[in-house]
Every structure is written in structure tokens, then in C-alpha cells.
Write a protein that binds this ligand. Structure first.
Ligand code: ZN
Length: 102
């Protein structure tokens, strides 16, 4: 029986587990103090390379015509490894908007 297929399986498995160890899930919360909008941005990356990015509004603001959101990050959390098994972190401001209001 040739040994080669087994070593290929083994290499594949180690590459997969190495990849899993490098998984990072980051979640940033932003606010715009001008129109009170808020958004959540999630970035999944493996070894620092983003492969999935999603963004959704948490609160829709009331932007006037020509308004450009002044996004300000008020909270940030991240998890390392599959399901955060290798560590988690979290940092945030005590207020949600740049003008120190909630
Ligand atoms: Zn805005």
C-alpha cells in the first residue's frame, strides 16, 4: 500500500487546523453623532487576511441632503480561534456618540 495518500491527508489536516487557529472574528460598532445613525461591521479574517466583511445598520439616522456620516468607533470586540477558543477581547467607550451622549 503506497504511503503517499496518507501523507497528503495529514498535510491537508494540518493546513486546515493551522487555518482554524488563525481565525479572527472582529466586530466594530460605529456611530455618527451628526445624524445619530449606528452601524455594525464584522470582519472575519484568517491570519490577518480578511475573507468576509459584513455591515448592517443598527440604528438608521436621519441624514439630510448631502450628509456624510462621520463614523466614529465606540466599541470593538474580537475573538481568536474557532468560536473564540483562543481568546477574546473587548474595548469600548462609555458613551455611544462622539459628543459624549448615549
Ligand atoms: Zn450621519
Amino acid at each position: 500500500m503506497p504511503k503517499r495518500p496518507w501523507s497528503i491527508v495529514w498535510v491537508t489536516l494540518s493546513v486546515l487546523s493551522l487555518g482554524a487557529l488563525g481565525i479572527q472574528d472582529r466586530r466594530d460598532l460605529y456611530s455618527c453623532d451628526l445624524c445619530r445613525a449606528r452601524k455594525v461591521e464584522r470582519i472575519h479574517s484568517v491570519w490577518g487576511v480578511p475573507f468576509e466583511r459584513s455591515e448592517r445598520a443598527e440604528v438608521d439616522g436621519d441624514p439630510g441632503i448631502g450628509h456624510r456620516h462621520d463614523w466614529w468607533r465606540y466599541s470593538s470586540s474580537f475573538a481568536y480561534g474557532p468560536y473564540g477558543a483562543l481568546g477574546r477581547g473587548w474595548a469600548c467607550h462609555t458613551f455611544r456618540y462622539k459628543d459624549r451622549t448615549n
